[in-house]
Design a protein around this ligand. Structure first.
Ligand SMILES: Cc1cc2nc3c(=O)[nH]c(=O)nc-3n(C[C@H](O)[C@H](O)[C@H](O)COP(=O)(O)O)c2cc1C
Length: 193
């Protein structure tokens, strides 16, 4: 089923269509066919799942927070061998993102950060490789800070998320006041729940 058909059938209201249109354009800006991001799951989901998601048109994910440099190189190379499509690498900022440079050197184009706001040096590093980055936020303050540091997109986690998110409010409360700014910033924030 084409995405237009899907929109018309399942998301018929004008508002829903506008959201889908925005989401589809945002996905296209990252080189994706569908606005579907794999959630990074450290220690559990590896190159095979990331490849499958990216190959299917979404954004596959490698969670690299606890991954050694050697395993980072190996995992990134494995995904790159299996698909030409974009994928993200993720770092939980409660820990030092030790393999960030290594992943960027290997050619990763999309980075996401969770559990914190990236430092200037980390942002500069990502930008020096011409990569995009998104920040997972769980509060309005976090959303503001992430937009202020120039994040390309936000990943909003609310109390609805199942695990490991550090939130206390519904996701609409995290996102609602920032939709228009997020549009300007590239916009995953635009109701990606
Ligand atoms: C075992 C486990 C490991 C996770 N590792 C990460 C991680 O490395 N980085 C991250 O941003 N989120 C991590 N998460 C959070 C998930 O990516 C996801 O955001 C969260 O589980 C909410 O989605 P859900 O409602 O589908 O569970 C982890 C979650 C679980 C259960």
């Amino acid at each position: 089923m084409s995405i237009n058909r899907l929109e018309t059938n399942a998301f018929g209201s004008p508002e829903s269509l506008a959201i889908m249109d925005h989401a589809t354009r945002f996905a296209a800006s990252l080189g994706l066919r569908f606005p579907i991001f794999q959630a990074p799951v450290g220690g559990a989901a590896g190159p095979e799942l990331a490849t499958a998601v990216s190959q299917a048109g979404g954004l596959g994910a490698l969670a690299l927070t606890w991954t050694s440099l050697e395993d980072t190189q190996r995992s990134v190379a494995e995904v790159q061998k299996r698909t030409q499509k974009p994928f993200q690498v993720n770092f939980v900022l409660a820990f030092e993102p030790k393999s960030l440079r290594c992943a960027l050197e290997a050619g990763v184009r999309v980075v996401t950060f969770s559990w914190g706001i990236p430092a200037k040096e980390e942002i500069a590093l990502v930008r020096s490789y011409g990569a995009s980055y998104g920040v997972q936020v769980t509060t309005i303050d976090g959303a503001k800070r992430a937009l202020d540091i120039g994040a390309d997109f936000l990943i909003c986690q609310g109390v609805e998320a199942g695990a490991c998110a550090g939130h206390t409010k519904p996701v609409g409360d995290v996102a609602a006041n920032h939709l228009s700014r997020a549009d300007g910033a590239g916009g995953c924030l635009r109701r990606n729940w």
